[in-house]
Design a protein around this ligand. Structure first.
Ligand code: NI
Length: 176
C-alpha cells in the first residue's frame, strides 16, 4: 500500500485509489485523518442482473373462478413470462486496500451462480425446486432469493433486494 502524503498547505491527506485520488480534509493534522470513522464508513453498493422466466400465479386451493377473479391474466393455465430485473444491494465498510465494499463483478458472479442460473429461462412453477409449493409472485420470489443470497454473499451483509417484474411493478425486501 502506498503511503498517503499530507499536504501541509491545504491540510489534506491524499490517498491514491486506482487512478484517482481522494482528498480527506484534516483539521488537526496528519494523524487525525486515521481516527475512527473516516476510513470505516459503511456504504451500500448494488449490482443489477436480469433474467427471463415463466410462471402461472394461482392458488391450487381456489376454484377456477376464484383464481380467475383473484389473479386475472396471471392465472393463464398455459403460463406467461416476464423479463425480470434484480437489484442486489450489500453493505459494508470500505476496504482500505481496494477502496471497495465488495468487488461488484464478484458479487455479480455469486448472484448469477446461486440464483440467476437456477431460474433463467425456466418456469417457476415446475423447474425451480426452491419455489415449489409457493405461489410464484414477485413477493415470494424475492423472499426465496433472500434466503439463498444471505449466506452466499457473506461476509458482506445483504441489505436489500429489489425485483422488477414489469416496468411498472417491483417488490423490495430487506429481510424483515
Ligand atoms: Ni406474471
Amino acid at each position: 500500500m502506498r503511503i498517503p502524503k499530507f499536504d501541509r498547505a491545504s491540510k489534506s491527506l491524499f490517498v491514491p485509489v486506482g487512478s484517482s485520488a481522494v482528498a480527506v480534509t484534516c483539521r488537526r493534522g496528519f494523524f487525525s485523518a486515521h481516527s475512527p470513522g473516516i476510513m470505516t464508513k459503511r456504504v451500500t453498493v448494488t449490482r443489477r442482473l436480469r433474467f427471463n422466466a415463466a410462471h402461472r400465479v394461482f392458488n391450487p386451493q381456489f376454484s377456477d373462478s376464484e383464481n380467475e377473479a383473484t389473479f386475472g391474466k396471471c392465472n393463464n393455465p398455459n403460463w406467461h413470462g416476464h423479463n425480470y430485473t434484480l437489484d442486489v444491494s450489500v453493505e459494508g465498510p470500505i476496504d482500505e486496500s481496494t477502496g471497495y465494499v465488495i468487488d461488484l463483478g464478484k458479487l455479480g458472479a455469486i448472484v448469477e451462480r446461486e440464483v440467476v442460473d437456477m431460474v433463467d429461462h425456466r418456469n417457476f412453477n415446475i423447474d425451480v425446486p426452491f419455489m415449489q409449493s409457493t405461489i410464484p409472485t414477485a413477493e415470494n420470489i424475492v423472499v426465496a432469493f433472500w434466503g439463498i443470497l444471505v449466506p452466499a454473499v457473506a461476509p458482506a451483509r445483504l441489505r436489500r433486494l429489489v425485483l422488477w417484474e414489469t416496468e411498472n411493478n417491483y417488490v423490495e425486501y430487506s429481510g424483515d
